[in-house]
Design a protein around this ligand. Structure first.
Ligand code: ADP
Ligand code: MG
Length: 327
């Protein structure tokens, strides 16, 4: 029902940035090579995400907006090893229940696109033929127009835009092979070509983190017991703005995790004897069955099956690399 959708929306949809996160993850799951994000008024008035992924077949369009209608879990085995970013089938119906949403999609091989609209009342309109290249566009207008209590909690346009940019930047860091464009009120904020080689990856990192980051960074690549940790480490406090230059990705998913943060901080502390604002960009890869991403709908948290082992692996890898010197 619409009420259930709105309650679920309270968990999944906090602000425009959380809408963008869910929609970009859907685009990634659909195998997109390029994603374009267009915003107006900090994403509140308009948040439009277009991708060139595999699209949604006409007969599944309305279903995509139905609660728990995920196409991504085949069975219990899948549930235990969630590899795709989305897996709950909640995002689209939740977002649709608190906005005016238009979903336009052309499936691979289809000769044209179809479009459905929901105006926050839970009723999905009849699919209409539409013009669109292969892929999907989700247009979210007037976020929280029908939930004044939530609308009241939105901050200034600038603040909401800042959160949105962070989401897009994190995605750009974790998937350099995907082209990304971000505009606000018609103005280009980010335009990143798909990175095919290391040089383009480094140019993207410079564009996202500033040239100083790579200039000060130590390359890390460590593997043990089926885990791999790679990325860059930067000396604590090399720049004033580095408090928010802490990026950790687990199996391609941006993660904020106490265990991870602790392991990193301890390694910096252990070797450099101070750990205030270390900067890092780290990618941890491990078998999907060893990490539970089904902790919270917003999916920033993870739970490791072998927390101790993961903690020690991160700590030791960083400790060893930092001790080798170079920072
Ligand atoms: P989930 O991602 O958890 O499956 P969502 O509510 O986010 O749930 O999306 C519902 C379904 O709609 C997805 O399972 C997928 O089949 C389809 N879908 C949503 N966005 C896209 C997209 N950009 N491209 C292709 N299919 C999509
Ligand atoms: Mg999803």
């Amino acid at each position: 029902s619409q009420l259930i959708d709105q309650i679920a929306a309270g968990e999944v949809v906090e602000r425009p940035a959380s809408v963008a996160k869910e929609l970009i993850e859907n685009s990634l799951d659909a195998g997109a090579r390029r994603i374009e994000v267009d915003l107006e008024q900090g994403g509140v008035k308009l948040l439009r995400i277009r991708d060139d992924g595999h699209g949604i077949p006409a007969e599944e369009l309305a279903l995509a907006l139905a609660r728990h209608a995920t196409s991504k879990i085949g069975g219990l085995a899948d549930l235990e090893a969630v590899a795709s970013l989305g897996f709950r089938g909640e995002a689209l119906p939740s977002i649709a229940s608190v906005s005016r949403l238009t979903l336009t999609s052309r499936a691979a091989g289809a000769d044209h696109a179809w479009q459905v609209r929901v105006d926050g009342d839970g009723r999905v309109g009849e699919p209409q033929p539409a013009a669109h290249p292969q892929g999907t566009t989700v247009e979210v207008r007037d976020l929280f127009f029908n939930v004044p209590a939530r609308r009241k909690f939105l901050r200034t346009e600038k603040t909401e835009l800042g959160h949105l940019e962070q989401v897009v930047r994190r995605m750009a860091l974790v998937r350099p092979e995907i082209g990304l464009r971000l505009t606000h009120a018609g103005r280009s904020l980010l335009d990143l070509p798909a990175a095919a080689d290391e040089a383009v990856v480094e140019r993207r990192l410079e564009a996202l983190l500033g040239a100083a980051f790579l200039g000060h960074a130590l390359r890390l690549d460590a593997a043990a017991v089926g885990l791999r940790l790679h990325g860059w480490l930067v000396r604590p406090a090399f720049s004033r703005s580095q408090a928010d230059m802490q990026f950790f990705f687990v199996n391609g998913r941006p993660v904020r995790d106490k265990l991870v943060a602790h392991a990193v901080r301890r390694a910096f502390q252990d070797v450099l004897h101070h750990a205030r604002h270390p900067a890092y960009l780290l990618y941890l890869e491990l078998p999907a069955r060893l990490v539970d991403v089904n902790v919270h709908p917003a999916k920033q948290e993870v739970r490791f099956r072998e927390g101790r082992q993961v903690h020690d692996f991160i700590f030791r890898s960083l400790q060893r690399r930092l001790a080798e010197g170079g920072l």
